[in-house]
Write a protein that binds this ligand. Structure first.
Ligand code: MN
Length: 228
């Protein structure tokens, strides 16, 4: 036992549907992984390899918890995403082997301080404070691949106050889940407990205090939060 000089931080975990909890190590996010979203952000989706950014594990916000409107922003955006949970780590994982590394899936929201992200982009600065702030990653219950399989198609949707804001299909990802795992594991050694937010379809927009966000990924589950 190490002689810790302060109490060690708690292990962040995501509840699993039906019981248990998935312990989280790191949270990776894919940027611009649906063509229509890349276009709405002013990029050409056809010429880009996947790129990644990160959120701290303790930015996760468990399902049904309120999300405090973050400081230093007047332009908080929703990004509805499929989240992949890694059970078995590895480096240079082959596409054909990638799904064997997956424990399960969840529906998640990559909440974004778009004003800070846009300012960072313009100045060539890091996105971290636009993306990796406190409570920026609402996530629903985790479901095991042993029960739901590996969804490659299916509706991904977000409603705000009951009105559909984002709607697309998982099959429209530019880089699918095996390709994403293969690519990311060529950049870092993936480890048990890592999550990957796989990018958002078009329709991202601002939310206000009081808004109710209800997202769903067909075959996976739902995520819900209210902006407080
Ligand atoms: Mn995103």
């Amino acid at each position: 036992m190490a002689d810790f000089v302060i109490p060690p931080p708690a292990i962040v975990s995501v509840p699993v549907a039906g019981g248990g909890a998935f312990p989280v190590r790191r949270v990776f996010c894919v940027g611009r992984n649906y063509a229509e979203h890349a276009r709405e952000m002013g990029s050409d989706p056809d010429r880009e390899p996947p790129f990644f950014f990160m959120k701290p594990a303790d930015a996760l916000l468990l399902n049904d918890a309120d999300m405090p409107y973050p400081p230093q922003s007047k332009d908080l955006h929703h990004e509805m995403e499929l989240v992949v949970a890694i059970a078995e780590g590895g480096v240079d994982i082959a596409e054909a082997d990638a799904l064997r590394h997956v424990w399960g899936y969840a529906a998640g929201l990559d909440m974004t301080r778009r004003d800070l992200q846009n300012a960072a982009k313009k100045e060539g600065k890091p996105w971290d404070m636009g993306k990796g702030f406190d409570h920026s990653a609402p996530i629903g219950l985790m479901v095991p691949a042993s029960k739901v399989g590996h969804p490659a198609t299916g509706l991904i949707e977000l409603k705000v106050n009951g009105k559909v804001r984002q709607t697309s299909d998982l099959s429209k990802m530019i880089w699918n889940v095996p390709e994403t795992i293969a690519y990311l594991s060529g950049l870092v050694r993936l480890a048990p407990g890592d999550l990957i937010y796989t990018g958002t379809p078009e329709g991202v927009a601002a939310v206000q205090r009081g808004d109710l966000l209800e997202g769903s990924v067909q075959g996976v589950g739902t995520v819900r939060t209210r902006i407080a």
